[in-house]
Design a protein around this ligand. Structure first.
Ligand code: HEM
Length: 165
């Protein structure tokens, strides 16, 4: 398989590191906003908090998650780091895919549904058991997802089961 030039590999690394750090930071911000949402005192503040999280998820998290995955795949195919030969790379692919699937099919749609319901029902949702359960799920899963990405940081540097060098 053709290998990337040294310069292309360095550029790939910059894009990979930028996207994975923006992804992780965005999730930590979403977790923090999610924690303070139930303290909102006006309908506007309550809605804006949800809307900011929705926009971060839709316009930032989704593209950078895909970019991290794609740059990772290019890395794992066109450099010396071959995915089938390295356990740490297989774990990283599994974590990245798991987070993208969870976000696309579960957490993203749930956050969109919550944001729409806040626009309609406002602060009255703070006494709705279903809303309170769902906002807890979205908020705490943002933290769980960022912790899984931090595990991927450790895998990247400690490289357990490394077959290269
Ligand atoms: C499809 C998924 C992924 C694949 C195949 C992949 C693959 C790679 C490869 C081959 C390297 C180069 C290793 C080196 O030069 O030492 C790398 C670097 C790195 N990756 Fe990923 N990656 C993926 C996802 C992620 C994720 C989700 C994160 C963290 C959020 C991450 C964090 C890092 C870090 C911190 C480095 C730099 C390691 C170093 O220079 O010591 N990667 N990745």
């Amino acid at each position: 398989m053709k290998r990337l030039s040294e310069k292309s590999e360095k550029i790939l690394k910059v894009i990979h590191l930028l996207s994975m750090s923006i992804w992780t930071t965005s999730l930590i911000i979403m977790f923090t906003i999610g924690l303070i949402l139930p303290n909102a005192e006006t309908n506007e503040a309550f809605y804006i908090g949800h809307y900011i999280n929705y926009i971060i998820d839709f316009l930032i998290v989704t593209p950078v998650a895909i970019l991290t995955f794609l740059t990772g795949l290019v890395y794992g195919i066109f450099t010396k780091w071959k995915i089938p030969k390295n356990t740490w790379l297989k774990y990283k692919v599994a974590i990245t895919l798991l987070l993208i699937i969870l976000g696309t099919f579960w957490l993203g749609p749930l956050l969109r549904e919550l944001t729409n319901s806040v626009e309609v029902d406002g602060l009255s949702l703070l006494t709705n058991e279903n809303y309170l359960k769902n906002i807890k799920i979205v908020t705490w899963f943002s933290l769980v997802n960022s912790l899984l990405l931090i595990v991927a940081f450790f895998l990247s540097t400690l490289k357990p089961g490394n077959q290269v060098d």
